[in-house]
Design a protein around this ligand. Sequence first.
Ligand SMILES: Nc1ncnc2c1ncn2[C@@H]1O[C@H](COP(=O)(O)OP(=O)(O)O)[C@@H](O)[C@H]1O
Ligand SMILES: [Mg+2]
Length: 301
Amino acid sequence: MIQLQDVEKMYRGKVHALRGVSLEVMDGEIFGLLGPNGAGKSTLVKIIMTVIHATRVSGTLLEKPIGNRKILEDIGYLPEHHRFPYYLTGKQVLHHYAALANVSRKDRITRASSFLSRLGLNGWENKKVGSYSKGMLQRLGIAQALMNDPKLLVLDEPTDGVDPVGRREIRDLLAELRDEGRAVFLNSHLLSELEMVCDRVAIMVKGKVTMQGTIESLTQDSRRYEIETEESVPTWAKEVVDDVSEHLMVIRSDDPAIIQPILDRLRRDQITILSVKPVRENLEDLFMRAVDHTDTPGAVQ
Ligand SMILES: Nc1ncnc2c1ncn2[C@@H]1O[C@H](COP(=O)(O)OP(=O)(O)O)[C@@H](O)[C@H]1O
Ligand SMILES: [Mg+2]
C-alpha cells in the first residue's frame, strides 16, 4: 500500500523534519505512526498525499511512484487541523468533498447517509458545521475520508479532540474498515490509541523511525517473570535469576517452565510467594526507550 525509502525533508526555514525515513504499510492492515509532537509525522503524511514536496523521496503508493496524483482517487485523507467551510452543513461537506473526488451523485447520497450514521452524526447532518464540537468535526472528517470508498485511509491524528467514548467508537470503526479489506495508515501522539488498534507500528522521533514492527515483536525482548516474596530473597537466588532485590526476583524469559524449579526451591525454603507475574513492556515503555536512545549519539540507525 505504501512503501517509502529514505525520505528526507528540509523545510525552507532550515528545519530538518525528516532524516531518512523508510517504512512499509501492507494490504489490509492498520499501521500506526507514533511519535511526540514535532517528530515529523504530519510532514511524512503530507509528502505521501502530495501536499508538500520532499527534499528526497523514493517509494510507491498503491504501486505508483509517490507524487502520482491520479492514485489519490483511491485514498481517503484526513488532514491535521482541517477546517471545513463553517457555513456548510455536515451533509453538504460530504457531498462537496466527494464531488471533488468525482464520486457520482447516487453514490454520494447513499454513502453520506451511511457514514453520517456510522460516525454517530445522526440528527446533525443538516446543521452547519460551525456549530459542531471538535470531536464531531473529527468524525465528519473521517466520514469525508471514506466518501470515495478508498482502498487506503490516511488519517492524521484521527482521535484528536474526541472524547473517550468517541475514541472507542473510532477504534471500532477502524477495525471494521480493516475487516472490509481497507488498509489504514494513521498517526498519533497518543500511545494507548495505537496500542489498542494497530497491527503494526513505527515509532518516529526527531525525523527518524527508530523502531518498526508488531507491538508483539517490539516488546518480545522485554518479557520477564517477577516473583515477589514475603521474606527476604534467599542468597542462592543470585546464582539462578537475572535480577534480585530484597523481595523481588526477575527472570528474563517468557517460558513458564524456567520458573517452576525456582518456585519449588522457594517453597522448600519455606519462603512465602506473594505473587508470580509475567511482565512485558507496553507501547509506552517502548516509546520512552526510543526517545531515550535518540539522546544518545549514534544509538539510532
Ligand atoms: N511549513 C513548515 N515550515 C517549517 N518548519 C515546519 C513546517 N511544518 C512543520 N515544520 C517543522 O517540522 C517538524 C515536524 O513537524 P510535523 O511534521 O508537523 O510533526 P508532527 O506531525 O509529528 O507533530 C517540526 O519541527 C515543525 O516545527
Ligand atoms: Mg502532526
